[in-house]
Design a protein. Structure first.
Length: 284
């Protein structure tokens, strides 16, 4: 098992930009899915050290002197992202274990393309709708007990109510303040008001600040989009938009009742997300 970072106190009561990696299911000319493949390609039981060695590495771009392989932090950052969407967890023996959703993605990847990606995206939407902001993963342990939020469901509900789109200011100032379901309708109304007035103060204060604040939003949206299969990256107007044909998938996902739970460990949590994905039984 690779070394772990000590958990931070569970005090956060707004959403954070704690994840440092984005997630992409299908590669493009400019972006690869090599990290996802490194975690999934050998199936369950792959030692963490083997996954780390398989991660992309360029010695000329490394910040570590005389580095001869990826930094363990790169493994930890990517692992948190793939845990967050219910694909895998790290067992006590230091091996990477895939959930049923993770194994389905592993088998799907060699044949995945823009035309058939909806086959896996529909199950991912069902699973992600049950993902919680407060959970046993490294990033999820930082939240106060009052945070009873299903973050991807909240983002989708907001977008479905707001012409299928949302921008970074709306996310950072309105959505990322939501602590429970009752806070969503007022947040949506504040976004509608902002779109009429173009006065950013209508949204409230920022939750994530600093020069790289937008970069810290991207990992959350990449997860909500399940690797940019349910949503598109920013358009020329600065909006993230629901992909054509995916609105109905998200409407179904947010219509299902969800009960916030306190999970005892990462395995139970990620397997609950995978179970909610409603994958058909593999009869091969």
């Amino acid at each position: 098992m690779l070394p772990l970072m000590p958990p931070e106190p569970a005090t956060l009561n707004t959403w954070s930009g704690a994840l440092h990696k984005s997630f992409r299911l299908l590669p493009t000319a400019n972006f690869s899915n090599d990290e996802l493949r490194a975690f999934l390609q050998n199936g369950s039981g792959t030692p963490a050290a083997q996954v780390l060695a398989a991660l992309p590495f360029d010695a000329t771009r490394s910040s570590r002197a005389n580095a001869n392989g990826p930094d363990p932090k790169r493994y930890r950052d990517a692992k948190q992202v793939f845990e967050a969407c219910g694909l895998l967890w790290e067992a006590d023996d230091g091996s990477v274990q895939l959930t049923t959703l993770g194994d389905a993605v592993r088998r799907f990847l060699p044949n995945a393309n823009e035309h058939n990606v909806g086959l896996i995206a529909r199950h991912a939407a069902l699973g992600l709708s049950f993902a919680q902001l407060r959970n046993p993963t490294g990033a999820g342990r930082r939240y106060h007990a009052s945070m009873m939020v299903f973050p991807f469901r909240v983002i989708w509900q907001a977008m479905l109510s707001l012409d299928g789109r949302i921008d970074s200011e709306e996310l950072n100032r309105a959505i990322f303040r939501i602590r429970n379901a009752d806070m969503l309708p007022p947040a949506i109304e504040s976004i509608r008001r902002y779109r009429r007035t173009e006065d950013v103060t209508d949204l409230g204060d920022e939750t994530i600040t600093g020069a790289n604040k937008n970069d810290r939003l991207i990992p959350v949206i990449s997860l909500a989009s399940f690797g940019w299969t349910l949503m598109d990256q920013k358009d020329n107007a600065g909006y993230y938009t629901i992909k054509e044909g995916c609105s109905r998938l998200l409407e179904v996902a947010v219509s299902l009742p969800a009960r916030h739970r306190d999970f005892q460990n990462v395995q139970d949590y990620v397997e609950a997300i995978a179970s909610a994905a409603c994958l058909p039984k593999d009869l091969r």
